[in-house]
Write a protein that binds this ligand. Structure first.
Ligand SMILES: NC(=O)c1ccc[n+]([C@@H]2O[C@H](COP(=O)([O-])OP(=O)(O)OC[C@H]3O[C@@H](n4cnc5c(N)ncnc54)[C@H](OP(=O)(O)O)[C@@H]3O)[C@@H](O)[C@H]2O)c1
Length: 402
């Protein structure tokens, strides 16, 4: 029986408690929602600090019976319990089995790939909409691309390519570092290099894999008119956007026959070749050394512990900007921009995942009729963009050419 509209699983964690306060401030008593986690005492402390106290559900991530009861109690689960490769499967499987909708802020692409192989077809059958990657990775990339594709579609055009350029400042969560370390210690972690990792098997070609390889060098971008560098989150976001394009094609709503997506870090118009080379080298080196277990352990020892994260000041002073340029198959160009104040890994991520859960709970009839292991774009299309804009995110598509 679905008594709750949304259950926030992991409400005691660093991002989890922010989701509880977001719901408290923006939803209040307008929906039936609950907070959940493994520790009753800590959940009750959060419950007591809410303006609208909500029920508490206790469930350890590995306790099948407790997780099933949690999933049966709600229409939508929002999970911030990570590393997902360690704690996520039992919950995801239960949602798939029961046809319960699910969102998370996972960026662990190799785990997502495994979940697609195990559960996508079953989720299609049960009608569950399972939507990982609803945080900073990968909502701006995926929804921004969808907006440009939709813009061209409205003009009767199909899209040839989209590039995204990111600027961001923020802090680091202990949970994020733990998830990175868990991902890198997995025996199949080298799969992260596969540019089409999340594409269905029929939507993978050797040619596309080659032209979609992650950039490792600075690029003088012709549209921006200055140097850009590889973006450290590109190996996550690009896989998600390419899955969106592949699923759209399978649903007879192709982005474009030869659609191509890539993204970069935008360090500003004054960046010289030398400084963009330094930035590119830093990103590529980090990607390489993070695979060495001893170095990952060292990074973990310096970083905040799970449950910890940046100060309020750091989170308040952060921001992100994602500028995208799309080209239609007939050569027209259009720009889009998504931006927000606050640490992208916390403030913007919490806004994105909470609004994604609310879209599933409130706007279900207006969402695309797709089930399975989806992406933000395939699950929400423009509905999430409208919600995020209403919640204060700056979203422009098309924007005036830069
Ligand atoms: N996409 C993005 O932009 C983005 C941004 C931030 C974080 N993330 C990801 O989100 C996840 C959470 O990050 P975080 O910083 O919030 O981490 P965190 O503070 O360490 O929170 C982890 C949560 O998992 C819970 N947990 C751990 N073991 C459990 C178990 N056996 N059963 C049930 N719950 C359990 C913890 O409960 P206790 O409180 O009881 O220990 C806590 O609520 C990470 O995977 C991180 O990578 C993504």
């Amino acid at each position: 029986m679905s008594g709750h509209d949304v259950v926030l699983y992991g409400a005691t964690g660093f991002t989890g408690h922010q989701t509880a306060y977001y719901f408290d401030a923006h939803v209040g008593d307008k929906l039936n929602w609950a907070i959940a986690g493994r520790d009753r005492g800590r959940l009750e402390a959060i419950q007591a600090s809410l303006r609208h106290p909500v029920p508490v559900i206790v469930a350890d991530a590995h306790d099948d019976a407790a997780i099933d009861a949690l999933v049966e109690s709600t229409k939508v689960v929002l999970s911030t319990v990570g590393p997902y490769a360690r704690y996520g499967e039992c919950l995801l499987r239960s949602c798939v089995t029961r046809g319960t909708d699910y969102v998370d802020i996972c960026g662990e692409t190799v785990w997502i790939k495994r979940m697609i192989e195990r559960y996508h077809d079953r989720a299609v059958q049960s009608g569950a909409r399972i939507v990982p990657c609803c945080g900073f990775d990968s909502v701006p990339s995926d929804i921004g691309t969808w907006l440009l594709v939709d813009h061209f579609r409205a003009l009767g055009k199909r899209t040839r390519s989209v590039k995204a350029f990111f600027r961001a400042r923020g802090g680091l969560n202990g949970g994020t570092v733990a998830s990175l370390a868990a991902a890198m210690s997995s025996p199949d972690h080298n799969q992260i290099d596969d540019p089409l990792l999340l594409n269905p098997p029929d939507e993978r070609t050797a040619r596309e894999a080659i032209r979609s390889r992650d950039p490792i060098l600075p690029v003088l971008d012709a549209d921006l008119g200055h140097w850009v560098a590889p973006f450290f989150m590109g190996p996550i976001n690009t896989r998600v956007v390419r899955r969106s394009a592949a699923l759209a094609k399978l649903a007879q709503q192709t982005y474009g026959d030869e659609f191509h997506y890539q993204e970069y870090m935008n360090l500003g118009p004054n960046l010289s070749l030398l400084s963009s080379t330094i930035a590119a080298t830093g990103t590529v080196l980090f990607g390489a050394v993070a695979r060495v277990p001893a170095i990952t352990k060292f990074i973990e020892s310096l970083a905040p512990a799970p449950g910890e994260g940046p100060s309020e000041q750091t989170m308040d002073e952060g921001f992100f900007e994602c500028v995208l340029v799309g080209q239609s198959e007939d050569g027209a160009t259009a720009w889009a921009r998504l931006a927000d104040d606050g640490d992208p890994g916390n403030r913007a991520t919490v806004k994105m995942v909470c609004e994604a859960a609310l879209a599933l709970a409130i706007d279900r009839e207006r969402l695309p009729r797709q089930a399975g292991i989806l992406t933000p774009a395939t699950a929400f299309d423009g509905v999430l963009a409208v919600r995020l804009a209403d919640a204060g995110m700056q979203i422009e598509c098309p924007m005036a050419e830069r």
